[in-house]
Write a protein that binds this ligand. Structure first.
Ligand code: NAD
Ligand code: MG
Length: 395
């Protein structure tokens, strides 16, 4: 029995993960469920999965959940706050942590799981962007296993030799990684049309149903930029060794090219339960509930180069990957602030990348990658982005 903690269980990844876990009660037991504040959804999940612990970031929501669980006669113990999450990530009652919190808020608990030598199933890409080097080095030192859930990185992982598990080191024989991108909902829009899009349009992704933050990231292509950094971190690549390819059907989830010219790809229906099941079962294969891919019905697989003029976020992220140090943390924090402002109706869609570009332009990168340095860069970039918002919004 693998005892699994699901951090971010009420989100899009969390719900898919619980669907897969629920198919294998003989293999996995869910011991922790955690979310930010949605006590109603967490209550339902607790009644179904009977975890030992439930954690909510918000203490008031946690109190509401505790009362509801008591009156339902459930034995789940309710805890509140992020320190509870960190201690559970390292607890002897947990074997695997499925890191599916959104944003840099997921870093402390993901890092705690890596320090404690757990099996860490990472969907929370922002933690790898902010503190990637630290995470892979910590995992290497503690013996933790990092298995990526992000569909592209999971695909790359599947296309690499088995011994080369996401250790942050270059894999011998690999020439480059081809990272596929759906192109998001605005692939064919002009910049003028993009200037007028609404949060609802940005969140209506053509291929995947996801949380709102990653949906906006997919629309700006910042998601692919974050994923490029994530790929460099996990697989020990330089940014020049990762090529982004737009593939609107989202059937080829990414590819690895070897020095002999061979290219291996992973294909499947666009359903996150496949990478989640792969990460949970690895090195074995377990059913995920995903339908067979009908290649004849799909009929075509198209590939094209991304347009960096139309999607400057991708260029900004590539530059941050090349700079290293605290640049990725600054990029990520500015993006989180700008996306939240866009979702709140305070910033236009094109303003998102403009805010990020301005903040990066003011950043002094000393090349440090330690925890204090990246957290300080994250704090600084959030402040800078907040103060830039008003100026960009008025412009
Ligand atoms: P979501 O917004 O649907 O869910 C986020 C979850 O995190 C929720 O359960 C929320 O309650 C919880 N959360 C947020 N802040 C928290 C905090 N401070 N403490 C505790 N819990 C907190 O997001 P999502 O789409 O499920 O994405 C989660 C992560 O997975 C993101 O990093 C995203 O980039 C990545 N990812 C998502 C997909 C996808 O298909 N949705 C695919 C690949 C990668
Ligand atoms: Mg992805």
């Amino acid at each position: 029995m693998m005892r699994v903690a699901v951090f971010g269980s009420t989100g899009s990844i969390g719900v898919n993960a619980l669907d897969v876990l629920g198919r294998h009660p003989d293999r996995f037991s869910v011991v922790v469920l955690a979310a930010a504040s949605s006590h109603g959804r967490l209550l339902e999940q607790c009644l179904r999965h009977r975890p030992r612990y439930a954690v909510l970031e918000d203490p008031q929501a946690a109190a509401t959940l505790a009362a509801a669980l008591r009156s339902a006669g459930a034995a789940t113990e309710v805890l509140a706050g992020s320190t509870a999450l960190e201690s559970l990530a390292g607890s002897s009652e947990v074997d695997a942590v499925l890191a599916a919190i959104v944003g840099a808020a997921g870093l402390p608990s993901t890092l705690a799981a890596a320090r404690a030598g757990k099996r860490v199933l990472i969907a929370n890409k922002e933690s790898l962007v902010v503190a990637g080097r630290l995470l892979v080095e910590t995992a290497r030192a503690s013996g933790a296993t990092l298995v990526p859930i992000d569909s592209e990185h999971n695909a790359i992982f599947q296309c690499l030799p088995a011994a080369s598990v996401a250790a942050g080191r270059a894999v011998p024989g690999v020439r480059r990684i081809l990272l596929t991108a759906s192109g998001g909902p605005f692939l064919r829009l002009t910049r003028e049309q993009m200037a007028r899009v609404t949060p609802e349009q940005a969140c209506a992704h053509p291929r995947w149903r996801m949380g709102r933050k990653i949906s906006v990231d997919s629309a700006t292509l910042m998601n692919k930029g974050l994923e490029l950094i994530e790929a460099c971190v996990l697989f020990g690549m330089e940014p020049g060794g990762v090529r982004v390819v737009v593939h609107p059907q989202s059937i080829v989830h990414s590819l690895v090219e070897y020095v002999d010219g061979s290219i291996l790809a992973q294909l499947g229906n666009p359903d996150m339960r496949t990478p989640i099941a792969h990460a949970l079962g690895w090195p074995e294969r377990i059913p995920s509930g995903v339908e067979s891919l009908d290649l004849v019905a799909a009929a075509r697989l198209d590939f094209e180069a991304p347009d960096l003029g139309q999607f400057p976020a991708l260029a900004l992220a590539t530059a941050a990957a090349a700079s290293g140090g605290t640049a990725p943390a600054v990029l990520n924090a500015a993006n989180e602030v700008a996306v939240a402002a866009f979702l709140a109706g305070q910033l236009g869609f094109l303003g998102i990348t403009e805010v990020i570009e301005r903040v990066i332009g003011r950043h002094q990168n000393r090349g440090e990658t330690g925890l204090e340095a990246v957290l300080e860069a994250d704090r600084w970039a959030r402040e800078q982005a907040e103060s830039t918002l008003a100026r960009v919004a008025r412009a």
